[in-house]
Design a protein around this ligand. Structure first.
Ligand SMILES: [Fe+2]
Length: 155
């Protein structure tokens, strides 16, 4: 008889340790979990809550060509989003804690299917469908809801 060392025992996954980008990607590849919710709304960007778990809110968004999210942050919430189909352009801005304004710093990220971006407190961005086709994305908000605070651009 012998003892089994601790490091040979598989530990159950702690959902709190799953990175939001991994959560977003897993929903992005599991269309059966949201296909019944998907709509395209010509009047505004479409958003639907897929699921609320102990730690996360998972949202489905669709973007017709030209639809966008104005410059915003997500308050104290962290998270990630993953593009399912189409193409989204994210423009990142820096927040000035004193003035409360945001300055576009020119960082732009072109995202296609399967690509993700993460965000946290103090991270502001614009997201835009500049492509010719509709886009679909999955957004994960951790330890908070889908808070969106708008910012004026300082330039
Ligand atoms: Fe956002």
């Amino acid at each position: 008889m012998f003892a089994v060392p601790d490091n040979t025992v598989a530990q159950a996954e702690n959902p709190a340790l799953r990175h939001p980008a991994r959560v977003a990607l897993s929903y992005a590849t599991n269309r059966d979990s949201w296909r019944h919710l998907l709509r395209y709304d010509p009047s505004e960007r479409f958003a639907a809550l897929i699921e609320r778990t102990e730690h996360d809110e998972i949202w489905l968004l669709s973007w017709l060509p030209g639809q966008h999210a104005d410059l915003h942050d997500h308050g104290d919430t962290s998270g990630a989003f993953t593009v399912v189909s189409g193409r989204l352009t994210e423009t990142v801005a820096r927040l000035d804690a004193v003035s409360g304004q945001a300055a576009a710093d020119g960082d732009q990220h072109e995202l296609t299917g399967g690509q993700s971006r993460v965000f946290g407190p103090g991270y502001a961005h614009q997201v835009h469908n500049a492509g010719p086709d509709p886009a679909v994305s999955i957004h994960v908000y951790r330890y908070g809801s889908r808070t969106m605070r708008s910012y004026p651009l300082s330039r």
